[in-house]
Design a protein around this ligand. Sequence first.
Ligand code: GLN
Length: 304
Amino acid sequence: MLDYQAILEEIHESLKKTENTGEVASYIPELANIPKNKFGIHLKLITGEDYFVGDASEKFSVQSISKVLSLAKAFQLVGNELWKRVDVEPSGNPFNHLSLLELENGIPRNPLINSGAIVVADVLLSHLKNPKEDFLDFVRELTHDDSIQYSEKIAESERITGFNNYAAANLLKAYGNLNNKVEDVLDFYFHQCAILMDCRQLTNAFFVFANKGNCLKNVQHLSSSQVKRINSIMLTCGFYDEAGEFAFEVGLPGKSGVGGGIVALLPHCFTIATWAPALNAKGNSYMGMQALEQFTTKTKLSIF
Ligand code: GLN
């Protein structure tokens, strides 16, 4: 058996010696204040063992990582109908890119870019009775942790500077791909991005994608076929215009967020989350990508 704790510690030590050239996201003012050198990893094996180093139990804004959880809920609610409104192709473009949306008549390339996640948010608004409460309950259920909360401060900070997301939502509305009011859909979207979680909670939440649709408590939330599809979308679209690079360097389905988190998984084997707030030019955690590259290289555990 591999000595996972020693491997995480080796990675931590090696990254302490690496210059962190990334920058903390500043376009959401509340995120700009996070210290750049925070760093944590949490690994959870499918058999239940946990290993961690650094700031793995410090909460941060999960941002776009939440797009996988909202996708899972929408897929659970409406099944394959979802794909009439959002495609499953990598965009090869930044997360907030707009021009493809216009070229492709208001059908977002995939659910993990902003426009796609805004359509998914619209689906949830149409199908959940109390959307924000019900979605938070879903995340808490998956994670088996009732302490998870939205940060109202971060949601508001993003709303005030969310011009790009307003543009995307307005375009979607103009193309008839948004059924609810722009303001209501974005209020939900900004809140889902503003969920606060730590690395440990993220590995617990994503356990369902490594465990054929069954959460930590062995409750089935998704079919194994749905999980296969969500994992494939993470692999091809989880890192925007760096999805190829992540597959090449790390070789796992995963998702990043501009809060500096990354969560990745090997089906039937483990989930792993990293947090390092400084981002590279493509909006993915600079140190998190390197940590995961080292992890799959040292353990030889990847889908390839
Ligand atoms: N809430 C962020 C936004 O919409 C999410 C972006 C991200 O994490 N890549 O801009």
